[in-house]
Write a protein that binds this ligand. Structure first.
Ligand code: NDP
Length: 252
């Protein structure tokens, strides 16, 4: 039996309509899972569903709205008949020096990157428990490990996501739910295009600082996500795995 086979598994990927979320959704679908993706933008959702081969369920949902999170999970369960896998991937950044943040900006980042992750996990838990187990993947960052002068609030949320992941893993191991975090390095997406627009030197600095000497592609996250969502990781929980071309393992 292939330990990475996801045939018959039902997955929900927040922020699955682009970037890393879509890369992960494609990996899960290729491994056999039925996949729901959720995002705010209906057009991006439709394009992503097409890229996923037409069988994916695309849900318009804002993860900052508790009622929409509840509905997103309920719609997935109704459409596919259950929920086995949650990838709580949706995230944003606003980059500026710490002294320049408005209180609303702090809340916007914390709500999207941290509070929503908790709420999505809470919403998914009862159905996973009912089915006798599940897999949850959260998305940290290099800023779960390192500080980031250009994104202090983002870094705070990504550090906290790892601690939340460990705590959920400890709490829900009794329910056979494994909770792990992926810490992506620098990946070429809309999010980091913003970084490179604001800081043109960022592209070359990342290449020079990364032992693999390149930026990552969303597809680079797919294999690790399949591992964390499959039987192959049934005794792996509460971990945070960098997928970063060696960025976090090397001084230079
Ligand atoms: P993108 O900006 O490319 O994608 C973000 C996704 O999140 C989109 O699908 C967007 O869809 C969705 N999203 C944002 N806010 C909400 C919301 N309130 N409700 C629902 N969906 C939302 O970013 P990435 O793919 O780069 O990032 C994905 C995750 O990976 C984030 O958590 C990010 O912090 C993390 N990450 C990214 C890295 C990188 O180098 N790219 C490195 C480390 C971590 P829509 O706009 O339709 O709502």
């Amino acid at each position: 039996m292939n330990p990475f086979d996801l045939t018959g598994r039902i997955a929900l990927v927040t922020g699955g309509n682009g970037g890393i979320g879509l890369g992960i959704a494609q990996g899960l679908a290729q491994a056999g899972a039925q996949v729901a993706i959720a995002g705010r933008n209906a057009q991006k959702n439709a394009a992503a569903a097409k890229a996923l081969g037409g069988k994916a369920l695309a849900l318009v949902a804002d993860v900052n709205e508790t009622a929409q999170v509840t509905r997103m999970v309920a719609d997935t369960v109704r459409h596919f008949g259950g929920l086995d896998i949650l990838v709580a991937n949706a995230g944003i950044n606003i980059r500026k020096p710490p002294e320049d943040y408005a209180a609303e900006e702090w809340h916007q980042i914390v709500d999207t990157n941290l509070t929503s992750v908790f709420q999505c996990c809470q919403a998914a838990y009862p159905e996973m428990k009912r089915r006798g187990g599940g897999k949850i993947v959260t998305i940290g960052s290099m800023t779960s490990i390192f500080g980031f002068d250009k994104g202090p609030v983002y870094a705070a949320t990504k550090g906290a996501v790892v601690q939340l992941t460990k705590s959920l893993a400890a709490a829900w191991a009794k329910d056979n739910i494994q909770v792990n975090s992926i810490l992506p390095g620098f990946i070429d997406t809309e999010l980091t295009r913003g970084l490179r627009r604001n800081f043109p030197e960022a592209h070359d600095r990342v290449v020079a600082r990364t032992p693999s000497r390149r930026w990552g592609d969303p597809a680079d996250l797919a294999g690790t996500a399949v591992f964390f969502c499959s039987r192959a990781s049934d005794f792996v929980t509460g971990t945070a795995l960098p997928v970063d071309g060696g960025f976090s393992s090397s001084m230079f």
